[in-house]
Each structure stands twice: as structure tokens, then as C-alpha cells.
Design a protein around this ligand. Structure first.
Ligand code: 5GP
Length: 179
């Protein structure tokens, strides 16, 4: 039987285990290191869901990497509200810097589109996007995704930073909502 967890009133079953996630994050980080070739980088983590992905990526990046945070809200429960609000502006200056935006998941693409527009207003030297998960079937907008961990079906997932009503972020594996 698959590993299961209950968060609030919902049941979730194992979708991707910690080992597979860690192997993928390491491979992405190696690609990022190679692409930036020693250039200083701002790792801009989208709170709260991307905090673990960003922390694990950071382990492999060079000593001059800056870590910054930005917070937006678009999801309510298990649904994208379609509206994005900025709750915390980028915590460092982005002007003239190479920015790597780190997201947990791209679903409809609304959040990434909003963030990309915001960040370009700060005149970075470059902007790339890393997302652990991408739901291609849910996309409503064409979005730039430079580094993608896993493409997944259009189901609600939790764990490794992603929550259901603020629970589940501490899980080391990813779980999917049971039908
Ligand atoms: P988008 O704006 O692309 O529709 O949604 C992006 C945001 O919605 C993500 O940063 C994440 O916070 C939330 N989200 C989208 N899909 C899921 C999911 O399957 N599980 C969880 N926990 N959050 C999701």
C-alpha cells in the first residue's frame, strides 16, 4: 500500500519520494551552476511554497549567491483565485543583478506572469525561472520556465514546501490528493 497522510479533512498518497526529489534538485543545481558559470546570482525564493526547493538548490550554488524572498498569494484552499497580490516585496535590490526566480509549482501561470512583470520593472541584468513542478495541462498563459523539476498531471499536491491550508510543508516527500 502507498504511504498516506491526512491533512485537515483530506487524504493524500505518496506521489514522489524524497530521494527522487533530491536527485532532481541536485541535477538542476548542477545545470544552473554550469549555465551561470561563476556569475553572482540572486536566488529569489517565492514564499512560502518554494522555501525547501530554494534551500536545497542553495547548497550547490557558489559562495557569492545572494538569497532573497518575495511573497505573493493567489491560491485559496485548493483553487487558484485568479488574482495575485504581493504580500512582501523582494527583500534585496534586483537592479543590475542576475535573478533566478525559484517557484514551487506553476499551475495556471498567473503567479509567474505577475512576478516576471514585477521583477522586470526592477531592471535586473537577467531573469530566469526555476520551478520544481509544472502542470502543463493547467497552464492558461504562455510562461517562461528555464529549469523544471517535474511535469505533473493536473492534480493537487502537497509536501516539500507545498501546503494544504498551511499543513504539509514539512513533509519530505510529495503527496497527491486521493480521489
Ligand atoms: P498559478 O498562479 O500558476 O495558478 O499557481 C501558482 C501557485 O499556486 C503556486 O505557487 C502554489 O502556491 C499554488 N499551487 C498551484 N498548484 C498547487 C498544488 O497542486 N498544490 C499546492 N499546495 N499549491 C499549488
Amino acid at each position: 500500500m502507498k504511504k498516506e497522510v491526512q491533512l485537515h479533512d483530506r487524504h493524500f498518497e505518496l506521489f514522489l519520494d524524497a530521494e527522487a526529489i533530491q536527485a532532481k534538485v541536485k541535477a538542476l543545481a548542477e545545470q544552473i551552476r554550469k549555465d551561470y558559470d561563476g556569475k553572482p546570482l540572486v536566488l529569489l525564493c517565492v514564499l512560502s511554497g518554494a522555501f525547501r526547493f530554494a534551500a536545497d538548490l542553495a547548497r550547490y550554488l557558489n559562495d557569492r549567491t545572494e538569497i532573497a524572498f518575495i511573497k505573493v498569494q493567489s491560491y485559496e484552499g485548493m483553487m487558484s483565485s485568479g488574482l495575485v497580490r504581493e504580500q512582501l516585496a523582494a527583500t534585496v535590490s534586483l537592479s543590475g543583478k542576475h535573478v533566478l526566480l525559484v517557484e514551487d509549482i506553476v499551475d495556471t501561470g498567473t503567479t509567474i506572469r505577475f512576478l516576471v512583470e514585477k521583477i522586470y520593472q526592477k531592471a535586473p541584468a537577467s531573469l530566469k525561472i526555476a520551478t520544481l513542478l509544472l502542470k502543463p495541462d493547467a497552464l492558461k498563459h504562455p510562461v517562461q520556465t528555464d529549469y523544471v523539476g517535474f511535469e505533473i498531471p493536473n492534480h493537487f499536491v502537497v509536501g516539500y514546501g507545498l501546503d494544504y491550508e498551511e499543513q504539509g510543508r514539512c513533509l519530505n516527500d510529495l503527496y497527491v490528493l486521493k480521489a
